[in-house]
Design a protein around this ligand. Structure first.
Ligand SMILES: Cc1cc2nc3c(=O)[nH]c(=O)nc-3n(C[C@H](O)[C@H](O)[C@H](O)COP(=O)(O)OP(=O)(O)OC[C@H]3O[C@@H](n4cnc5c(N)ncnc54)[C@H](O)[C@@H]3O)c2cc1C
Ligand SMILES: COc1ccc2c(c1)CN(c1nc(C(=O)N(C)c3cc(Cl)c(F)cc3C(=O)O)c(Cl)s1)C2
Length: 467
């Protein structure tokens, strides 16, 4: 090796899930030697893969992360666009609320397929090896040594320049970090659990509901969400307090509950299939994990749920973890692969945003649980969308900033707080002085917006109103 030739970095990516598989592609693309360790067997050879939601919503942040390693098209060709939410109310009425313009949509992606595509992409890089059925047990943050145990209980220890913990919400790498002083850790289980149900294709072997929608049954204390699959089924996730799951002890109680709460969904789920699935499954827990710092020395760093697990009520956990890969890659460029500088910079940059989305997802859970039924959900989304149409530069709905832009999560929340202040102030003024208040609201919001009257005319004319 010539004097000036730098020794090739050798990294261990722990966890071959959605973030670990993608991060292995990022590290391999940097020219590092990569060993990816996954405690499960190769899911590409397995019949059934138990675990989390069968499908999930891929939005802007995750798509950009896939795009940068050339995987966006490979993934989105198997995705189903969802242009709007479809709100199902108690009397079976369905009302759509667009996410935005026609090119603003999120995608329903099969979790296993996404993971398989990324694992196969990792294998195409030179100097990369995937070790399935290898579970990380311990690591040394001074020497960079990591020990892995295989199915036979055989242990192997290797030394790396960097250990990247992508091993999920119950991360072993993070557990090792928790032994260190000044490592902050916080976890919260919410009282709700989730259970996956299935709406199969109808008798004509077609989708049983409108295809390109994220279907929602908001019922305050509980809710159901359904995302479409390529096989024309919908993976339907029921979110409910554990004690409610536990109180449904008989088939009769189950059917009665669905007849009362989700009457339109019951015939689509099929009573027999619903009984079979519900009675043979356990509701799974939902956890929020926050920690700081994400790195130790120049030897280890956490990405994805290992760093920031969140409740799914914004559809951002995977998208955020995938965006972690972008952030780390950009920082490694900025610091020319000097881990002693790059890792602290990564924590400094990413931790506030990750905490913000964890809080936002939890807030949305609380908001949806307490007062979001069909009407309130409709009103807020339609108000958001109307103000966004009138003042697109000023009033960007929070869900738009989160799911359709790469605005930092923390900045998105700050902008939303400003919107809320303005709205509260204007509605107060409006309440007291009526027309004057309207002027105040328009003036305040239209300051950053030119030609708003043209917009208002355009919008009102769409409702057949001449302004
Ligand atoms: C019901 C539900 C719905 C969701 N919906 C969405 C959604 O719509 N959109 C979205 O963006 N996110 C969603 N999420 C969140 C998303 O699933 C997670 O954020 C994402 O899976 C995190 O990816 P990860 O790779 O960090 O962790 P994981 O996907 O958990 O992968 C961790 C991997 O590490 C492996 N592993 C664990 N321990 C070890 C070890 N010691 N050694 C080696 N390997 C190990 C595991 O086997 C696994 O393969 C949802 C989550 C839930 C629960
Ligand atoms: C597979 O399991 C799951 C479980 C939950 C989710 C997803 C997939 C995908 N999710 C998305 N949420 C948003 C969002 O921004 N908000 C505020 C919403 C939040 C809730 Cl809880 C909801 F029901 C609708 C919206 C909405 O606006 O449509 C998206 Cl945009 S996508 C939540």
């Amino acid at each position: 090796m010539s004097f000036h030739q730098e020794k090739k970095k050798h990294v261990a990516v722990c966890g071959g899930g959605l973030v670990g598989a993608l991060n292995a592609c990022y590290m391999a693309r940097r020219g590092y030697k990569v060993d990816l360790y996954e405690m499960r067997p190769d899911i590409r050879t397995m019949k059934v893969v138990r675990g989390k939601s069968i499908n999930l919503a891929l939005s802007c942040r995750g798509r950009e992360a896939l795009k940068r390693v050339g995987l966006e098209d490979a993934v989105t060709k198997y995705g189903i666009p969802m242009h709007a939410r479809m709100i199902h109310d108690l009397n079976g009425r369905r009302r759509p609320i667009l996410y935005g313009t026609k090119d603003q949509y999120i995608m329903s992606i099969d979790r296993r397929l996404l993971n398989e595509i990324m694992l196969s992409a990792v294998e195409k890089f030179p100097d990369v090896e995937i070790h399935f059925s290898h579970k990380l047990t311990t690591c040394n943050f001074e020497t960079g040594e990591a020990t892995f145990e295989n199915e036979q209980g055989h242990k192997v220890t290797k030394q790396f320049d960097l250990i990247i913990g992508c091993d999920g919400a119950y991360s072993a790498v993070r557990k090792q970090m928790m032994k260190l002083s000044r490592f902050d850790y916080q976890q919260t289980y919410i009282p709700h659990g989730y259970m996956e149900l299935n709406i199969p294709p109808n008798s004509q072997n077609e989708f049983a509901m409108e295809i390109n929608y994220l279907h929602i049954w908001p019922r305050n204390e509980y809710m159901m969400i359904a995302l479409p699959n390529l096989d024309k089924s919908f993976t339907t996730t029921l979110f409910m307090p554990f004690e409610m799951f536990e109180a449904i002890t008989t088939e009769e109680k189950l059917i009665q509950f669905f007849k009362e709460e989700f009457p339109d969904a019951l015939p689509l789920l099929g009573q027999e299939e619903l009984i079979k699935t519900f009675m043979s499954s356990k509701a799974l827990p939902l956890i929020t994990v926050k920690c700081h710092p994400y790195h130790v020395n120049n030897k280890a760093v956490l990405l994805g749920d290992a760093a920031h697990a969140m409740v799914p009520f914004y559809g951002q956990g995977m998208n955020c973890g995938m965006e972690d890969c972008i952030i780390l890659d950009e920082i490694l460029d900025a610091y020319e692969n000097d881990f002693s500088k790059a890792l602290p910079a990564y924590t400094k940059k990413r931790n506030p945003d990750a905490k913000a989305i964890c809080d936002l997802a939890m807030y949305n859970y609380i908001e949806m649980r307490s007062k979001v039924n069909t009407t309130s959900f409709l009103i807020r989304k339609k108000l958001d969308n109307l103000l966004f149409k009138i003042f697109p530069k000023t009033w960007v709905p929070l869900y738009t900033m989160v799911s359709f832009t790469r605005i930092g999560y923390q900045e998105a929340i700050q902008r939303r707080e400003w919107q809320d202040q303005v709205l509260t102030r204007c509605l107060t003024v409006l309440g007291i002085t009526g027309v004057v208040g309207l002027g105040v609201m328009t003036y305040q919001l239209s300051q950053n917006y030119v030609h708003w009257s043209e917009r208002v005319q355009n919008i009102l004319s769409q409702f057949g109103m001449v302004y």
